[in-house]
Structures are given as structure tokens and as C-alpha cells.
Design a protein around this ligand. Structure first.
Ligand code: IPE
Ligand code: IPE
Ligand code: MG
Length: 246
């Protein structure tokens, strides 16, 4: 067995849901229509994730750097996320989905914040899938915040201790990312899950996010299962290469 999966669970998949704007523009639609179409792709992905062996799904919905976009697009994205939580929260709960939002909470609209808190409370006991939505998120900020919090009760701090605390803060609930998918054709990380993805397998696809469906997720997971993860060690010997005892 090449792949390492926590027993009785499944893998942690991160997704950079990119390409909404380009997809819409190509169809002669507004960029916001692309973000709306992206919601259906989230639904498809969440529905198919558990049966494909996904235990945790962390999706990138809005980055700290996305504040640089026109305010109308930013407001529409928040509105779309809020509608998703309001309209689908109960369905997610019935499907056993535990919802959690990661990222800053002090700059997003109050109405969205209330919807997030409600959805998180309502689904807190669910265990089929842990869905984490990254909103106003930056991996660098999350690492810096974890380090800053650690320093509050610091005495005789070592780098090793700091590393352990950051790892605990960022991954206690979710574990490291096993597979990181980016749609939309770009091959970059855009400040996403940098600490958690230290040994993630990377999967880039030209499919735009609104086109992403079960078969795309299955293709990524199947590719992941074919990869050999070594975590810095050497490959495990196959039985025929084991030294013969004499
Ligand atoms: C990803 O799609 C969604 C967000 C960043 C909110 P984009 O909006 O970045 O789509 P492209 O990359 O411009 O096509
Ligand atoms: C990353 O996509 C953020 C999300 C998918 C939410 P961007 O479209 O913002 O990333 P860049 O600007 O192409 O790196
Ligand atoms: Mg983009």
C-alpha cells in the first residue's frame, strides 16, 4: 500500500476553485454569473466526496487578496456564499456534512457572519464529511496568526516547539492536506494552505470551476491513489526485492 490514509477515515482534499470569471466571460455572461454557476460545482463536489474516500474538503471561496476586485464583485461573492449557506445548510446537515469556515471574520458582512455561525452550530455533530470553506483567507496570515497566538504564552521558546504549535493550531481538526486540486488552468498556490500542504500531492486541471463534476474529482482522487508518497524517506521495498534470509 503506497498511500497513507488515516485508518477508518479518508483523505483531506483542498480545492482552489478557480476559473469562474473566465468561464462566464467565454459564455458572454457576467463574472458574477460565473460565481453563481460555481455553487452548483460545490454541490456536486460535496455530494460525491464521501463515496470517493474524502474525509475533509477545504475549498477556497475568497482570498484576502480578492479584496482587490471591484466592490460589486466582492459583494456579490459574499451574497452568493450567504445564499448557499442559507438555502443548503439543512440539506448539508441531513447529508452528514460538518461545516466550518476558516479565515478572517472581522471584515465580512454581518449577515454572512450570522449565517456562518448558524450553519456551524447546526452541523457541529455531523461526521460524514468535514467541509471547510476558506473565506477572507490567506495561508500566510493563518501561519502568522498561529505564531502570534503561540507567543502570547511563550517562555524559552524553541523553533521546534513553535513548529509543533503551528501544526497543532492549523491541522488538529483537519489533518494535513493529502491532495490539492486547482481548476482553471493556472499552476500556482495563491496563498492557500501553505503549511498544511507541505506534502500534498498537486493536481492541476484546465477545467474551469463551474464545469467541475464528479468525474473530475474521481480522476483527481484516482491519480492521487497512483502516486507514491515518500515523505522524505525511500520507497518501501517490494517483496521480491527484500533481502533473502540465509
Ligand atoms: C475563482 O474564480 C473564484 C474567486 C476567486 C472568488 P475567479 O473569479 O478567479 O475566475 P477567473 O480566474 O477570473 O477566471
Ligand atoms: C485564488 O484564485 C482564490 C480563490 C480561488 C478563491 P485567484 O483567481 O484569486 O488567484 P490568482 O490571482 O489567479 O493567483
Ligand atoms: Mg482566478
Amino acid at each position: 500500500m503506497i498511500m497513507q490514509i488515516r485508518e477508518g477515515s479518508g483523505i483531506h482534499v483542498g480545492i482552489i476553485m478557480d476559473g469562474n470569471g473566465r468561464w462566464a466571460t467565454r459564455q458572454g455572461l457576467s463574472r458574477v454569473a460565473g460565481h453563481r454557476a460555481g455553487v452548483a460545482a460545490v454541490r456536486r463536489t460535496v455530494e460525491s466526496a464521501p463515496e470517493l474516500g474524502v474525509r475533509v474538503l477545504t475549498v477556497y471561496a475568497f482570498s484576502e487578496d480578492n479584496w482587490a476586485r471591484p466592490s460589486q464583485e466582492v459583494e456579490s461573492i459574499f451574497w452568493i456564499i450567504r445564499a448557499f449557506l442559507r438555502l443548503e445548510g439543512e440539506r448539508l446537515r441531513k447529508a452528514g456534512v460538518r461545516l466550518e469556515v476558516i479565515g478572517r471574520r472581522d471584515r465580512i458582512p454581518r449577515a454572512l457572519l450570522r449565517e456562518i455561525q448558524h450553519a456551524e452550530e447546526a452541523t457541529a455533530m455531523e461526521r460524514t464529511l468535514h467541509l471547510r470553506i476558506a473565506i477572507d483567507y490567506s495561508a500566510r496570515s493563518s501561519i502568522a496568526d498561529a505564531a502570534t497566538a503561540a507567543l502570547q504564552h511563550a517562555e524559552g521558546f524553541t523553533a521546534e516547539r513553535m513548529r509543533a504549535i503551528i501544526t497543532q493550531t492549523l491541522t488538529a481538526q483537519s489533518g494535513d492536506v493529502d491532495l490539492l486540486i486547482r481548476t482553471g488552468g493556472e499552476k500556482r498556490l495563491s496563498d492557500y494552505l501553505l503549511w498544511e500542504s507541505a506534502y500534498a500531492e498537486l493536481f492541476f486541471t484546465d477545467r474551469m470551476w463551474p464545469e467541475f463534476d464528479r468525474s473530475d474529482l474521481a480522476a483527481a482522487v484516482n491519480e492521487f491513489r497512483r502516486r507514491e508518497r515518500r515523505f522524505g524517506a525511500v520507497p518501501a521495498p517490494v517483496p521480491s526485492q527484500l533481502p533473502v534470509a540465509i
